[in-house]
Design a protein around this ligand. Structure first.
Ligand SMILES: [Zn+2]
Length: 364
């Protein structure tokens, strides 16, 4: 180990600027841990940062180290750290608080101040680096048995929060027993949402464009959900064939599909919007009908971003449930593996290949 660590960085605002960068090797201070990175996941946000539509470097730096989905091993701890020991597997939350009331209350995912930072995205270097230092309060333990899939805790935490939000909202109901769910989108978030809702016992219909057979359709079927291709079954036909839809997760990234979410959600149901949509195009939307259906049906439309530490903890527990219920299935979400930082320039070109791309960091 030298005096430096190597990371995969971009120059935010400059498209296609992926490069390797060296940072001073960090040392853990009091309350901190030094984490050696095993594996980092790549998601749509990383690709948006690479395409220069998103991302802010840390103060005083022109470059931003990517990566916000991580599995690592604690290598050393600073003074006063009793909860972690070298060798422990961990992941880390992404957002860091500002001084707004929500953040001060421990809910940085509900930040009202808007000055929060996010590792690998806004103002802080990310985890696509040999080693990083983090306050242990932002680390989440991962059992050794989940080594192969622990890198998925962060994306799973996004749908854990979505479900937690729906459950909180539905405290308005004397009886909330969701039986039927629709998941729009079959990327990593849609597929993890499908597995989560299946694990909660719901009948799940997962909707995407591509007709089967394809890897996402296979994963959907393997956890007992129903894959629906909109090239074969239009949304209106799907809606006509379903019982009351209690819960909708929208994770497609397509603006017209957000409108589909509003049309699909049933009486007393909740539609959770989870994907960012680009552009400013106007769409023809049947506002009167949607408004009428929402009023007459007590429907709720809610957006959900980021996730709280409790959602990471719930995600770890659910990955254990998935492993028991569907052995080996979660592993199949990881369809592309890049080898080390030297392979990281291929991140952009893996954008549409398979389901989930991860970067494997070498042991040393
Ligand atoms: Zn805040």
């Amino acid at each position: 180990m030298g005096d430096y660590v190597t990371g995969v960085a971009v120059v935010p605002g400059r498209a296609g600027s992926v490069h390797l960068t060296r940072l001073a090797r960090p040392e853990p201070g009091p309350g901190q841990a030094l984490v050696r990175v095993r594996r980092v996941g790549v998601c749509g946000t990383d690709r948006e940062i690479i395409e220069a539509t998103f991302g802010t470097p840390p103060p005083g730096s022109s470059a931003l180290v990517l990566g916000h989905e991580v599995l690592g091993v604690v290598e050393a701890v600073g003074a006063g750290v009793g909860a972690y020991r070298p060798g422990d597997l961990v992941t880390a939350t992404v957002r860091r608080p500002d001084d707004c009331p929500s953040c001060l209350a421990g809910q940085s995912d509900m930040c009202t101040g808007g000055r929060y930072l996010e590792r690998g995205i806004i103002g802080l270097h990310g985890f696509m680096v040999d080693r990083f230092v983090e306050d242990v309060r932002y680390l989440v333990p991962v059992p050794a048995a989940l080594e192969a899939v622990g890198v998925l805790v962060e994306p799973l935490s996004v749908v854990e929060k979505a479900l937690r939000q729906a459950d909180l909202i539905q405290r308005r109901m004397a009886t909330w027993a969701p039986a039927t769910a629709v998941v729009l989108g079959a990327g990593p978030i849609g597929l993890l949402g499908t597995m989560l809702l299946r694990a909660r016992g719901m009948a799940v219909h997962t909707v995407a464009r591509t007709p089967p057979p394809n890897p996402a359709a296979d994963l959907v079927a393997a956890c007992g959900a129903t894959y629906v291709s909109t090239r074969e079954t239009p949304i209106a036909a799907l809606a006509d064939g379903l019982p009351n839809v209690d819960l909708v997760f929208e994770a497609s990234g397509a603006a017209p599909v957000a409108v589909d979410a509003m049309r699909l959600v049933g009486r007393n149901g909740v539609a959770v919007l989870l994907s960012l949509t680009g552009g400013d195009d106007a769409l023809p939307v049947p506002v009167a009908a949607i408004n009428r259906e929402f009023v007459l049906g007590n429907k709720v439309l809610v957006g959900s971003v980021n996730s709280a530490r409790e959602d990471f903890v719930a995600g770890v527990a659910d990955l254990e449930r998935f492993a028991t219920r569907w052995p080996g299935l979660t592993e199949r979400l990881i369809t592309t593996r890049l080898r080390g930082v030297g392979d990281a320039h291929r991140i952009a070109e893996t954008a549409t290949a398979g389901v989930k791309t991860v970067i494997e960091f070498a042991d040393d």
